[in-house]
Design a protein around this ligand. Structure first.
Ligand SMILES: Cc1cc2nc3c(=O)[nH]c(=O)nc-3n(C[C@H](O)[C@H](O)[C@H](O)COP(=O)(O)OP(=O)(O)OC[C@H]3O[C@@H](n4cnc5c(N)ncnc54)[C@H](O)[C@@H]3O)c2cc1C
Length: 317
């Protein structure tokens, strides 16, 4: 019987959805270890967050109030202390910008292997994790050596349970050494969003690297106009500076949930799919019949976008 420690995530006063997902992932691990599920909530509105995350399966919530936002040193010191006290077999953190910041440091500090960006796992004789590689083209299963691990789980891969639980909430004095805290969050500056919030859009026409040249984007914008849809893009198009960052769909862009999402010249890399896979209806246009976008598309056209899109515009106009 060994315990599991999960770590909640929040930003600017809001719990992030991945916190509830982590509870489910942690609970799956305790189902196999037979131990207790601990949840650490570090900084922010800890009491409010603890209320929200007192979900079925959580035994104890440990709250640490040492500031408002994420801080690498505060998280590392706190989690090292909790690890020493609780002696969990597994520590589960989100595979997010914050999680990727402290999880490797924690693994090194407590001398556990790190299993990053996990999308699934089984725990029998030992932990076996599933990860995606080569932009989602390959899934690998990896046996994690040793007794225990720090596991970072990919957001949206587990679902939050809505069944309330009766977790014990304990405020922890983490005894933070402020002299060893090397950075402080002094504020947030929102990235330029452009003129529209694509996360609210009901109909999206989105373009990827298949468009080849910036001047070809007019074609896709014409289709978006003909359909009265919102224009969006994959990350390379944004990285090229062809489209404003507020229109990027994906893990490091926006999560969108439209009724219809048309992906044109987009391969369907996992980081893109993370931002649009819950669209009601997905249509993909791609010359490559093996492009991963077709794995999640409801309708697919395997053809050259430069032939297909003008015909669609003509039809819809
Ligand atoms: C930490 C991290 C975060 C990331 N975040 C994001 C993110 O938020 N959003 C995002 O999109 N990506 C993100 N990425 C990048 C991601 O891994 C992919 O590189 C990216 O999504 C690929 O974009 P694409 O599909 O437009 O290009 P490609 O993968 O190059 O695909 C282009 C597609 O166009 C097709 N094509 C080519 N010519 C034509 C034609 N004439 N007609 C029709 N189809 C054609 C090709 O067959 C191909 O499938 C991230 C990566 C990392 C490492």
């Amino acid at each position: 019987m060994s315990d599991v420690l999960a770590v909640a995530e929040h930003r600017q006063g809001e719990l992030r959805d991945v916190s509830g997902e982590l509870v489910t992932a942690g609970q799956e691990l305790t189902d196999s270890t037979g131990g207790a599920l601990h949840l650490a909530i570090i900084n922010g509105a800890v009491e409010e967050f603890a209320d929200d995350l007192s979900l079925d399966g959580v035994d104890t919530i440990h709250t640490v109030d040492h500031g408002e936002e994420f801080n690498h040193d505060v998280y590392l010191q706190t989690l090292t202390q909790l690890y020493d006290e609780l002696d969990p077999e597994y520590v589960v953190t989100p595979h997010t910008v914050n999680g990727m910041d402290y999880a490797p440091a924690l693994a090194a500090e407590v001398d556990l292997p790190l299993a990053p960006d996990v999308i699934d796992f089984t725990n029998g004789d030992g932990l076996t994790v599933t990860r995606e590689q080569y932009g989602g083209k390959v899934e690998t299963t990896i046996d994690v050596a040793g007794d225990g691990a720090v596991v970072t789980v990919r957001p949206t891969e587990w679902s939050r349970t809505e069944t309330a639980g009766e977790a014990t909430v304990e405020a922890v004095d983490a005894g933070i050494d402020d002299g060893a805290v090397g950075s402080t969050v002094t504020g947030f500056e929102a990235a330029a969003m452009g003129d529209i919030d694509i996360s609210e859009a009901e109909f999206i026409v989105s373009v990827g690297r298949g468009i080849e040249e910036e001047e070809n984007l007019d074609l896709i914008e014409d289709l978006a106009d003909a359909l009265d849809a919102t224009f969006a893009a994959s990350r390379p198009i944004v990285d090229n500076g062809w489209v404003e960052p507020g229109r990027q769909v994906g893990q490091s862009g926006k999560v969108v949930t439209p009724d219809v999402y048309i992906a044109i010249g987009i391969s369907g890399a996992v980081q893109h799919v993370a931002g649009m896979k819950t669209s009601d209806t997905i249509v993909a246009i791609n010359t490559d019949p093996d492009a991963p976008i077709f794995d999640i598309a409801d309708y697919g056209i395997v053809d050259d976008l430069f032939d297909v899109v003008p015909q669609l515009i003509e039809q819809f106009e």
